[in-house]
Design a protein around this ligand. Structure first.
Ligand code: IMP
Length: 428
């Protein structure tokens, strides 16, 4: 059995898409298990960058079956747009693609609800991507959700949609004083989307288990990052799904005993989008330099990302929480020009140093990071492809990250291009 889980071990945007895409050529299946169109996975197709929101990152690799699992929330409009976009660029989305019947749908009222809620929160806004993710997962758990399997029977879907949308309109108008959503117009928009997506609907958990039982290679592709996990992230400044490796089972129907290796993806520094504490954030010109060199603007929302230094305490927490076996460090090249590179090795709380990641945002907001300054390498790593060709200081940096994380680094990414990777060991 050969499953690999790819999870982000920071606040998302670690470069999981590129890594998943790169590993896909050795895989039989790539499965998304959580999140929705809040994700923005940048993939290079024939040398051109594309942002995938819902399609699994292996979709462009011939012979790989791609699955949207039941733990994902699907915005049908966004998904059809994405299928059209990749099809126009020669990527076939046919029998190689399946959407599990049980995945819940993001409906127009979810986005309207989220916009009204974020506005009402005022100063306490979460800074969400406004893709309707939170309200869709809330409805799922409140048993008000619409599973995409309903698209197989548009009459049944319409009746359910109408009933929920009427309650949502009462909420929007009476509680938030917002505009109601139009029910008939939305149903008119949904009908062709249902027709487009129906051929992809499938009962997928058994297929994934069978692939694993037949010794096939399955990549479980995570979205967002560990610190955005609904249960173990920096609540309430989190997303609404289980972003850790534990999310694979409820998100796919594959039991924990079958999952296999867990690969954590970490940037060589840290970024965060949206609100919430970020101990190692660099608010000075060095943070601006990271943003500029790393093109750190949100792939989904275009918002500038907050940038800072690698946080060894948060990294160790994420490694332990996910059961990470191997780390992959991305965007090492972004640090090429820094004379020295601070790395956070501990937090100081009330004068005491600790390596324990706090469980409340109030405590996390109060910590003071303890830094170690590592020497920079002052030379470009962009063309490096073999570990022995990395500058000594870059290798020392990687070794220090391994010590802090407690697990080995399997590869380092040094540029956007698919081949810009230095492999220390083969994963798939
Ligand atoms: P939501 O997932 O849209 O509800 O947003 C909740 C929080 O997660 C916000 O801080 C977002 O900026 C953040 N977030 C959601 N998706 C991503 C992502 O793919 N990368 C980075 N941050 C994300």
């Amino acid at each position: 059995m050969s499953g690999i889980v790819i999870v982000g071990v920071q606040w998302g945007d670690e470069g999981k898409g590129k890594i998943t895409n790169g590993l896909s050529s050795g895989a039989d299946m790539v499965v998304r298990f959580q999140g929705g169109a809040n994700a923005g996975h940048t993939i290079s197709l024939n040398g051109e960058p594309f942002v995938f929101h819902l399609l699994p990152s292996g979709i462009s690799v011939p012979g790989v079956r791609c699955v949207i699992g039941p733990g994902v929330v699907v915005d049908p409009e966004s998904l059809v747009r994405e299928i059209d976009m990749v099809s126009e660029h020669g990527v076939s989305v046919g029998e190689n693609f399946m959407i599990d019947f049980g995945a819940h749908m993001v409906m127009p009222y979810h986005k309207a609800q989220e916009a009204a809620e974020e506005k009402a929160r005022g100063e306490e806004a979460i800074g969400t991507t406004l893709r309707g993710i939170g309200p869709t997962y809330s409805d799922r758990h409140a048993r008000e959700g619409l599973q995409i399997g309903l698209f197989a029977d548009f009459g049944e879907f319409s009746a359910r949609y109408r009933s929920v949308a009427e309650r949502k309109n009462a909420l929007l108008t009476k509680l938030y004083g917002a505009e109601p959503v139009s029910v008939d117009e939305a149903l008119d928009r949904m009908r062709p989307l249902a027709e487009r997506l129906e051929p992809y609907l499938a009962d997928t958990p058994g297929m994934i288990r069978e692939t694993l039982n037949d010794d096939g290679k399955v990549i479980f592709e995570g979205a967002q990052g560990t610190l955005l996990d609904i249960a173990f992230g920096t609540y309430p400044f989190v997303t609404s799904s289980f972003t850790t490796s534990a999310g694979v089972s409820p998100g796919t129907g594959v039991p924990p005993s079958m999952i296999g290796t867990v690969v954590g993806i970490a940037k060589a520094y840290v970024t965060r989008v949206g609100e919430g504490p970020f101990p190692t954030e660099s608010r000075d010109e060095r943070g601006d330099e990271i943003r500029r060199c790393g093109h750190e603007m949100g792939a989904t929302t275009g918002r500038p990302r907050r940038c800072g230094w690698l946080d060894g305490v948060a990294l160790r927490y994420a490694v332990e929480l996910n059961g990470v076996d191997r780390l992959i460090i991305t965007k090492l090249d972004v640090l090429d020009s820094f004379e020295t590179i601070p790395v956070c090795t501990a937090y100081r709380i009330g004068g005491e140093a600790t390596r324990t990641f706090p469980r409340t945002v109030a405590e996390l907001a109060a910590v003071e990071p303890v830094y170690e300054e590592l020497p920079g390498w002052g030379t470009s790593t962009r063309d490096v492809r073999r570990p022995e060709d990395l500058p000594e200081a870059a290798t020392a940096y990687i070794r220090r990250v391994e010590e802090l994380a407690g697990v080995p680094v399997a590869a380092v990414s040094v540029g956007a291009a698919a081949h810009a990777v230095v492999d220390f060991e083969r994963l798939l």
